[in-house]
Unconditional design. Sequence first.
Length: 312
Amino acid sequence: MTTGDNTLFSIGDLAERTGLAVRTIRFYSDRGVLPPTDRSPSGYRRYDLDSLARLELVRTLRELGIDLPTIQQVLERERTVPEVAAAHAEALDVQIQGLRIRRAVLRMVARRGSRPEELQLVHRLAELSDLERRRLIMDFIDEAFGDLDANPELVDLLRSAMPELPAEPTPEQLEGWLELAELVGEPDFKAAVRRAAEHQAQERAAGDRTGLHHDLTVFVRRTVEQAIADCVDPTSDAAKPILDALITQYCETFGEADRAEYRARVARRLEVGSDALLERYWHLLAVVNGNEPPPSLAPVFTWFLTALRVTG
């Protein structure tokens, strides 16, 4: 239908041109989002080319998830499209974060076959804020070390190494956080950390006031990894000079003499520090923070302890 130079369309015409359902266009018209330009002699609603363009904009905004009241504000020039787009993008960021968290929770539950009560716990841990995550870890550290004179450099390291999820964490980071949060609540892990703290306190009471020993750790790892690469059996005679070199390095670091009693203390130190749960803690923390997890020292500790027990 035409009126002068203007082409007018029925609701059916608009449906054919846009692919929208007639009932949808009628709904928009009834809500005032798409007011008719005119009416036919029989009272049917008619729309011009501007209405067609308006309808296309409405459809695009709706496909982007923007609600009708906001669309009405755009059409009435109460808000601009960039303003609405920016606000909606921020809202989507929150929704996407929530969906990622839900996905991580569901994947973990599916993989582990969690019971209903475990599902509730995992979901609660996933929803914690940054401050709540830090508080959870700090409470764990306080419980393990608070009443002991343990190595202050290690305690400071633990307090400074907090889980920091980025604004857009990967599924691996979210799952890492969920496992880390559960780990610090497990009795076996708490007991392992407590043993390490008590051992440090005993060593300090006996006169050891040294701090962390990065250089010693590097020396031990490189030496033992080379022995493993060379297929040196820790129970063989070939392991003895390697073990002697390791113990010599320990003695120089801690100001001790190479005696059977001291070798037993080194073995005890390795036993306490080589707990798999402790290593898992640092691995998960690295994953959560987007860092490369440290290499596993389990093979190194196993070789070193075996050599100490058999040939030491």
